[in-house]
Design a protein around this ligand. Structure first.
Ligand code: PMP
Length: 377
């Protein structure tokens, strides 16, 4: 019968490891206060929505994306202050860039050979491990310290030992929301240079961060021939648009860009992104408001007895609850029952025991979160 035939085909033709994988989980958020995915809670001001609608309506959607995509590359390069001898490539979200980098960087091992390695501190963004595994590369996670700092000796040793193809450094990190110490970063990046590794500094949360590594690269390009820097418009306010970008030494970017599927950035993507850059002041105001709300939310969380809430350089806050192993799940369920959706990260990594990750929302959303939390506790 049909179903059995499809199952037989899957068993024979779909990769074993893919069959064993779980798809990237997206929680059902219908009707909920959505504080699970680090989205910007603000939409465009109505007059800008109308203007964007006009522009999108006038596009030639019957044509493939054209050279205007290069206008966006130029505008983004200017926005990040890209140094000379660097270039920029675009991805359908930085998720795509992470996949493309894995694809370009090393080939899976021959039988009997050690598999090439992608290395990152953990807990970290799940896509680093997922894209590596899909590409047949081994993922090596190096645990952070108890206070979520880079474990520099452990990182340096793992890099020297594993000689990774790629080292990911999310800056700030997800889900711990912190930046790495500047000296620690310098030491790890120098160790990666020694090992001949590419370092990908992932600045997805840059709009809310007090530092950018681009300043360090610009101050000393000679120390960074092996460093690429990723950003995205997702947290900036355009998660629905899907637009990520990656800068790095021009010759290196040219190699990775060969792996990119043609027309990966749609006409709608690049027109929205160009529009957003033309109106970047409106988004900067939103980022400022989110940072102000972050401070208020942290204050409210810290007023709850027993709750630990860590400082954040991103639009999320990591919190730990007192109690038994299942404390985070119980509070997650309690919040959900009251219409507030957050992310339970407590099972992701031992360092995240009893932790939830809360996206910073609007003042009203954050108030509902705190209210729901007090009721749950
Ligand atoms: N990097 C980090 C550290 C992230 O947390 C995320 C999204 N959660 C991404 C990259 C992917 O962002 P996008 O694909 O939306 O650009």
């Amino acid at each position: 019968d049909f179903a059995a035939d499809v199952q037989a085909l899957i068993a024979r033709r779909i990769r074993q490891d893919v069959q064993g994988m779980h798809a990237y989980a997206v929680q059902d958020s219908k009707g909920m206060v959505k504080l699970d995915a680090m989205e910007n809670p603000f939409s465009l001001p109505p007059h800008l929505q109308a203007e964007l609608g006009q522009r999108l309506g006038a596009l030639a959607l019957n044509r493939y994306p054209d050279g205007r995509v290069n206008d966006l590359r130029t505008a983004l390069a200017q926005y990040v202050g890209m140094p000379a001898d660097h270039d920029i490539m675009l991805g359908n979200g930085s998720d795509e860039l992470i996949s493309l980098l894995s694809m370009a960087c090393d080939v899976p091992a021959q039988p009997g050979e050690a598999r090439p390695v992608v290395l990152a501190p953990t807990p970290g963004f799940v896509m680093y491990a997922m894209s590596a595994q899909l590409q047949g590369l081994d993922f090596v996670g190096v645990p952070l310290t108890e206070d979520f700092a880079l474990d520099v000796p452990a990182m340096v040793q793992a890099i020297a030992e594993k000689q990774p193809a790629i080292v990911y450094l999310a800056y700030p990190n997800n889900p711990t929301a912190n930046l790495w110490d500047a000296d620690a970063m310098a030491t790890v990046i120098a160790a990666a240079k020694q090992a001949g590794s590419i370092v990908a500094v992932d600045e997805a949360y840059q709009p809310f961060s007090s530092r950018t590594y681009m300043d360090v690269i610009r101050a000393n390009p000679a120390a960074h021939p092996h460093v690429v820097l990723m950003r995205t418009l997702s947290k900036f306010g355009l998660a629905g648009v899907r637009l990520g970008y990656m800068t790095g030494p021009a010759a290196l970017i040219a190699q990775v860009d060969k792996v990119r599927p043609p027309y990966n950035i749609s006409v709608l993507n690049y027109e929205c992104a160009l529009f957003a850059l033309e109106h970047q002041d409106a988004f900067a105001v939103q980022a400022q408001e989110i940072c102000a709300q972050r401070a208020i939310l942290l204050g409210a969380l810290r007023a709850v007895p027993g709750v630990k809430a860590w400082d954040s350089d991103a639009n999320m806050v990591l919190v730990r609850f007192p109690g038994a192993d299942d404390a985070a799940q119980k509070i997650f369920d309690g919040l959900k029952a009251r219409g507030v959706l957050v992310k339970n990260v407590s099972k992701m990594h031992p360092l995240l025991a009893r932790c939830l990750r809360l996206t910073v929302g609007t003042a009203e959303e954050n108030a509902r979160l705190i209210q729901a939390l007090q009721e749950t506790l």
